[in-house]
Design a binder for this molecule. Structure first.
Ligand code: BGC
Length: 758
C-alpha cells in the first residue's frame, strides 16, 4: 500500500472513532435528557457563584438548596480550594434527583497559585511555547484544586491603554494575538479533556470588548464590520479553530445590541460561519445588565439571550427565573432550551465528569504540584522572557555584582503588588519581591541601601478606589518630602539607583480604566529628585498597560518594563538586572507619548494626506502639539547586545498564486553579549479595493545569536499571508504591488518590493 493510501485509511479510522465517540455521547445525553424535567433542564443553564472572586454586586443565594433541587449547572469563583468544591459536588451527585455533576469554573488567567506575568507581559515574550507552558502549569495546578473550567484566554484586541483590561490580553495585533490564543487553549486543554490535569478553556470576551469607547470599561464598541473582520475577530476565531471548549460573551454592545443578546454574533457568526460546537456562557450578570442597556425586563432579556444563542447564564439567574414563563408564552422554544442544556451536558461529558465527578480534585496532586519547585522555576524563567528593555544608556545594565545600589521606590519591597490583576488564587505571601530577588541573585557581593522614597500615590480618594481588594497602596506615615530625602540620601551613597515604580496591581484589570496613564505624581517627584543627584537611574517599571513615559525616557538612564511579573518576579527581575538573562521581550501594544494620541497602533491606515514625519506641513494628518510617532512602537524592545540587519533579499520579484516568496535577511549580533532577537516581518498591500494598513505583522522568528554570530533568517510568504477582507467581507487576495518589511520592531525595518501577479 502506498503512503498516501495508508494516511487516508488512518484518517478514515480516526474520523470513524470520533463519530463513534460522538454517537456514544449523544446517546448518553439523549437518555439523560429524557429523564429531566423542564426545571432541571433550565437548572443546567444556571451558573452561580457562592462568593470568593466576584466582580459584581450580585452573589448567588441559597446555593446548596438550589444544587439539591437541580437548579444549578455549575459553580465558579471558589478560591478556597478543593474542600468546598467537593462539598458542592457531593450535594449534586448524591442529593440531587438525577445526580448530574456540577462543572467548576474559575478565573485562572495567568497562572493559578504559581502566578506568571500578566497576559500582556506574557505576549511580550513572543514565545508561544513558553506561553503554552504557562497555561499547562496553570491547568495542572487549578485542576488539582478541583477546577474544570478556566475563564481564559482573554483575546480582546486592545488599542487603548486607558482601558484597564488591556493587561489581560496579548495587545494590539491580531496575528500575534491569534498565535497566543491558540497556545493558551492548547496549554489548558491538552489533547484530551478527560485527563485529570486538563481544564476546559473559555475564550473571552466575545466580542470586541477591547474596543470600548474612550477606554472606559463596559462601554460600547462601535465599528464597521470590515474593521471587525480586519483587526478584531481573528484571535477569537483562532481559539475556536484550536478547539476551545467554551466562549464567554462580552458586556459591551455591538451594532446596538449587547453581545449577550446578539444573535448575529452568537449564532450567525460563531456557530454558523465559524462552526463552533461548544458552550457559550454569559459574562458576570451580562444577561440582567441588558435591562440597563435598555433591552427590556429580566424576562425579555433572558429570552433574547437564549434566542441569540447563549447557553449558560452567569449569576443573573434570568434563565432560572424566567425561561419557563417565556416558554409558556411562546417567547422561546423547547428546542432552544434543549439545545442549550445539551451543550452544557456535553461539556461535562467531554470533561469526564459523568465518569468521575471528583476526578480533578486531588489533595495529593495539589500538595505535590501547586507551587512546586519546578513550577516556580518555570515562572522565573518565563517572567524573565517577558520583560522589555525600553532604554539602556551607556550600557548601564546589566549591573555589576559589586558596589552599592540604592534600591528605592514603593514597589521595591511590595509583596502585594507582584502578581497583578486577576490572580484570584495567588497568595501574595509567596511572592518574591525585588529586594529579595536582588539579595538572592547578587548575594553579599553588592551593598543594597533600601528606601521606599514615595507612596504609590498620595491622592487619598484615588487610593481608596484602588485598594478595594486590600492595601495595595500602603501609605507611609512620613511626609512625601521625608521619604524623598531618605531616597536621595541613599542615592548619594550609591553607584547606581534602581527605582522600582509604576502602577499598583489593581490600577489595571477590570473596572480599572484611567484617563491619565503616566507614573503617579508622588513617584514622578521621587524620580525627579533621584535624577537630580546625577547618579545613573535605572527605572524598573511595574505596569499593566502601556504608560506615557516621555519624561522618564528623556531623563532616566535605563528603563526595564517588567509588567506584573508574578510569583517569581523579584528573582526574574534580578536575573535580568544582573545579566543572568539578557532581556528579549518586545512590546505588543504601542506606548503613546501622551493620552491625546490614543488610539495609537502600528497597523493604522494611511489617510489621503499622510504626514511623512518631517517639519510641519499644514493640511497633513498630524497634530499641532505632538508628533504622530509613538514613544515606543509595537515590537520594540532592546537587548544588552545589539543586532544589525542586512538588506532583504527575495527569491523573486513576482509571484503568482501558489508560489512562495522567500524573504531573507542576515541578522548579526554586533554587541558584547549572547542574546535573542525577535525578527519581525510585515507586509503592506499597496493597492487594493479596500484601504489597507501601512504595515501588518505576518511572521516572526525568535532567534538566539552568540556574540559576533550571524544567522540567515528566511520567511516564506504565500497567498494566505496576502489576503484581506473585501467590502463584501470575503477573504480574498488581489493582484498588485506589495512591500515587505523585516526588522527589529514595527518602525525600524528594511524594506523590499514585490508583485503578486494574477
Ligand atoms: C469578567 C470576566 C470573568 C467573570 C467571572 C467578569 O466580571 O469580565 O472576565 O471571567 O467576571 O469572574
Amino acid at each position: 500500500m502506498k503512503k498516501n493510501q495508508l494516511l487516508f485509511l488512518a484518517i478514515i479510522f480516526f474520523v470513524n472513532q470520533l463519530h463513534a465517540q460522538d454517537a456514544k455521547m449523544n446517546a448518553f445525553i439523549t437518555n439523560l435528557m429524557s429523564k429531566m424535567t423542564l426545571e432541571e433542564k433550565i437548572g443546567q443553564l444556571n451558573l452561580v457563584t457562592p462568593g470568593g472572586a466576584v466582580t459584581g454586586s450580585v452573589v448567588s443565594k441559597d446555593v446548596d438548596d438550589k444544587i439539591r433541587k437541580g437548579f444549578v449547572g455549575g459553580l465558579f469563583g471558589i478560591t478556597t480550594g478543593p474542600d468546598k468544591i467537593r462539598q458542592a459536588q457531593d450535594i449534586a451527585v448524591k442529593n440531587s434527583r438525577l445526580h448530574i455533576p456540577l462543572i467548576f469554573g474559575l478565573d485562572v488567567i495567568h497562572g493559578h497559585k504559581t502566578v506568571f506575568p500578566i497576559p500582556l507581559g506574557l505576549s511580550c515574550s513572543w514565545d508561544t511555547t513558553l506561553i503554552e507552558r504557562s497555561a499547562r502549569i496553570a491547568a495542572t495546578e487549578a485542576s488539582a484544586d478541583g477546577i474544570d473550567w478556566a475563564y481564559s484566554p482573554m483575546v480582546d484586541i486592545a488599542r487603548d491603554p486607558r482601558w484597564g483590561r488591556i493587561a489581560e490580553g496579548a495587545g494590539e495585533d491580531p496575528y500575534l494575538g491569534s498565535l497566543v490564543a491558540r497556545a493558551m487553549v492548547k496549554g489548558y486543554q491538552g489533547n484530551d479533556l478527560t485527563k485529570n490535569d486538563a481544564v476546559m478553556a473559555c475564550v473571552k470576551h466575545f466580542a470586541l470588548y477591547g474596543a470600548a469607547e474612550a477606554g472606559r470599561d463596559y462601554n460600547p464598541s462601535d465599528m464597521s464590520r470590515l474593521r471587525m473582520y480586519q483587526f478584531y475577530l481573528a484571535p477569537y476565531k483562532a481559539a475556536i479553530d484550536a478547539g476551545v471548549g467554551s466562549v464567554m460573551s462580552s458586556f459591551n454592545e455591538i451594532d446596538g445590541i449587547p453581545a449577550t443578546g446578539n444573535k448575529w454574533l452568537l449564532t450567525d457568526l460563531l456557530r454558523k460561519q465559524w462552526g463552533f460546537k461548544g458552550l457559550v456562557v454569559s459574562d458576570y450578570t451580562s444577561v440582567s445588565e441588558m435591562i440597563a442597556h435598555g433591552m427590556g425586563n429580566l424576562q425579555e432579556v433572558s429570552a433574547l439571550s437564549l434566542r441569540a444563542g447563549l447557553d449558560m447564564d452567569m449569576v443573573a439567574e434570568g434563565f432560572l427565573n424566567t425561561l419557563k414563563k417565556s416558554l409558556q408564552e411562546g417567547k422561546v422554544t423547547q428546542q432552544q432550551i434543549d439545545a442549550a442544556c445539551r451543550r452544557i451536558l456535553e461539556a461535562k461529558y467531554k470533561l469526564g465528569l459523568f465518569d468521575d465527578p471528583y476526578r480533578r480534585m486531588s489533595t495529593d496532586r495539589a500538595a505535590k504540584e501547586i507551587l512546586s519547585e519546578e513550577h516556580r522555576r518555570a515562572a522565573r524563567e518565563i517572567a524573565a522572557h517577558c520583560f522589555v528593555l525600553l532604554k539602556n544608556n551607556n550600557q548601564t545594565l546589566p549591573l555589576k555584582k559589586s558596589g552599592t545600589i540604592a534600591l528605592v521606590g514603593p514597589l521595591a519591597n511590595s509583596q502585594r503588588n507582584m502578581l497583578g490583576t486577576w490572580s484570584v488564587s495567588g497568595d501574595f505571601s509567596k511572592d518574591v519581591t525585588v529586594i529579595d530577588g536582588i539579595k538572592n541573585v547578587a548575594g553579599s557581593s553588592v551593598n543594597v541601601i533600601y528606601a521606599k522614597g514615595a507612596n504609590l500615590s498620595d491622592d487619598t480618594s484615588f487610593i481608596k478606589r484602588v485598594n478595594v481588594f486590600g492595601p495595595e497602596i500602603e501609605v507611609d506615615s512620613r511626609s512625601p518630602q521625608e521619604m524623598i530625602n531618605e531616597a536621595v540620601d541613599a542615592a548619594n551613597k550609591s553607584d547606581v539607583v534602581v527605582a522600582v515604580v509604576g502602577e499598583a496591581a489593581d490600577m489595571t484589570g477590570e473596572a480599572s480604566s484611567m484617563s491619565n496613564i503616566g507614573i503617579p505624581e508622588s513617584q514622578e517627584n521621587l524620580l525627579q529628585a533621584l535624577v537630580k543627584t546625577g547618579k545613573p537611574v535605572v527605572v524598573v517599571l511595574f505596569n499593566g498597560r502601556p504608560m506615557t513615559l516621555t519624561w522618564e525616557n528623556d531623563h532616566a538612564t535605563a528603563i526595564l518594563d517588567t509588567w506584573f511579573g508574578g510569583t517569581e518576579a523579584g528573582n526574574a527581575i534580578a536575573d535580568v538586572l544582573f545579566g543572568n538573562y539578557n532581556p528579549s521581550g518586545k512590546i505588543t501594544a504601542t506606548f503613546p507619548r501622551n493620552v491625546g494620541q490614543i488610539p495609537i497602533y502600528y497597523s493604522h491606515k494611511n489617510t489621503g494626506r499622510p504626514y511623512d514625519g518631517t517639519g510641519f506641513p499644514k493640511f497633513k494628518s498630524n497634530y499641532l502639539d505632538v508628533s504622530n510617532d509613538p514613544l515606543y512602537p509595537f515590537g520594540y524592545g532592546l537587548s544588552y547586545t545589539t543586532f544589525s540587519y542586512s538588506d532583504i533579499t527575495l527569491n523573486k520579484k513576482h509571484i503568482i498564486p501558489g508560489e512562495t516568496l522567500r524573504v531573507k535577511v542576515t541578522v548579526t549580533n554586533t554587541g558584547n553579549y549572547d542574546g535573542e532577537e525577535t525578527v519581525q516581518l510585515y507586509t503592506r498591500d499597496m493597492v487594493a479595493s479596500v484601504t489597507q494598513p501601512v504595515k501588518e505583522l505576518k511572521k516572526f522568528q525568535k532567534i538566539f545569536l552568540k556574540k559576533g554570530e550571524s544567522k540567515e533568517v528566511t520567511f516564506s510568504i504565500g497567498l494566505d499571508n496576502l489576503k484581506f477582507y473585501n467590502s463584501d467581507l470575503k477573504y480574498v487576495y488581489e493582484a498588485g504591488d506589495f512591500k515587505v518589511f523585516v526588522g527589529t520592531n514595527s518602525q525600524d525595518v528594511k524594506e523590499a518590493d514585490f508583485v503578486l501577479d494574477k
